[in-house]
Design a binder for this molecule. Structure first.
Ligand code: MN
Length: 201
C-alpha cells in the first residue's frame, strides 16, 4: 500500500520573512499540512485501489467516491494538494511576471494591476475559510473562489496556476483579523516564474 507523504518545503521557515513569519510557516506546515496528510491516509486505509491514484486523479473523482470517505477525502485530500501548490507558488526571490504569462494576464484582465485588484477583492471578500485561485479555463485565465479545502479541479476541467490560502491559520498569528494585510504581504512572495512554467506546461 502506498501513502501520501508531506513534501519538503522548498525553503526554510524563515525564508519568507518579513512577509510571512517563521512561526506561522512552521505551524502551518508541520501541524496543518501534516494533519491533512495524515487524515487523508487514514481515510484511504481500507481502500487499496484508491491509494494507487495520484492526488489529482483522486480529487477529480471526489464526487464519485464511497460515501463513508467522500467528505474526508474532499477536506483532507484537498488540504494535502492545496498546500503543496501553495508552498511551491511562493519564493523569497520574486521576479516580475513577463512573457506569455503577462500577455495572458493582459488579455484576460486588461493589465497586471487590474488582475491584482480583482484577485485581491475576491480574497478579501471570501466569507469564512477558503481559497482563491487563478486557473486556465478554455484558454483564458479566470479567478475562482472555493470554500473550505475545496479546489477548482473537484468541479471543473481547469488547470490551476496558483491558489491563495485565506484560512485564518495562514495569517492570524502575525496579522490577527487583518486579512487584507496578509494578502498584501503574499503578493510579495508569489513565484511568477513557477506560475509561467505551469501555464506553458
Ligand atoms: Mn492552510
Amino acid at each position: 500500500m502506498s501513502k501520501f507523504t508531506l513534501p519538503q518545503l522548498p525553503y526554510g521557515y524563515d525564508a519568507l520573512e518579513p512577509h510571512f513569519d517563521a512561526q506561522t510557516m512552521e505551524i502551518h506546515y508541520t501541524k496543518h499540512h501534516q494533519g491533512y496528510t495524515d487524515k487523508l491516509n487514514a481515510a484511504l486505509e481500507n481502500y487499496d485501489e484508491l491509494q494507487e491514484l495520484s492526488i489529482i486523479d483522486l480529487l477529480k473523482q471526489v464526487n464519485e467516491l464511497p460515501e463513508d470517505i467522500k467528505s474526508s477525502v474532499r477536506n483532507n485530500g484537498g488540504g494535502y494538494f492545496n498546500h503543496m501548490l501553495f508552498w511551491t507558488s511562493l519564493t523569497p526571490n520574486q521576479k516580475e511576471p513577463g512573457g506569455k504569462l503577462l500577455e495572458k494576464i493582459d488579455s484576460s484582465f486588461k493589465n497586471l494591476d487590474g488582475f491584482k485588484e480583482q484577485f485581491t477583492q475576491k480574497a478579501v471578500t471570501l466569507f469564512g475559510s477558503g481559497w482563491i485561485w487563478l486557473v486556465v479555463d478554455n484558454d483564458n485565465l479566470s479567478i475562482f473562489q472555493t470554500p473550505n479545502q475545496d479546489n477548482p479541479i473537484m468541479e471543473s476541467d481547469v488547470t490551476i496556476l496558483f491558489g491563495l490560502d485565506v484560512w485564518e491559520h495562514a495569517y492570524y498569528l502575525k496579522f490577527q483579523n487583518r486579512r487584507a494585510e496578509y494578502i498584501d504581504a503574499w503578493w510579495n512572495l508569489l513565484n511568477w516564474e513557477e506560475v509561467e512554467r505551469r501555464l506553458l506546461e
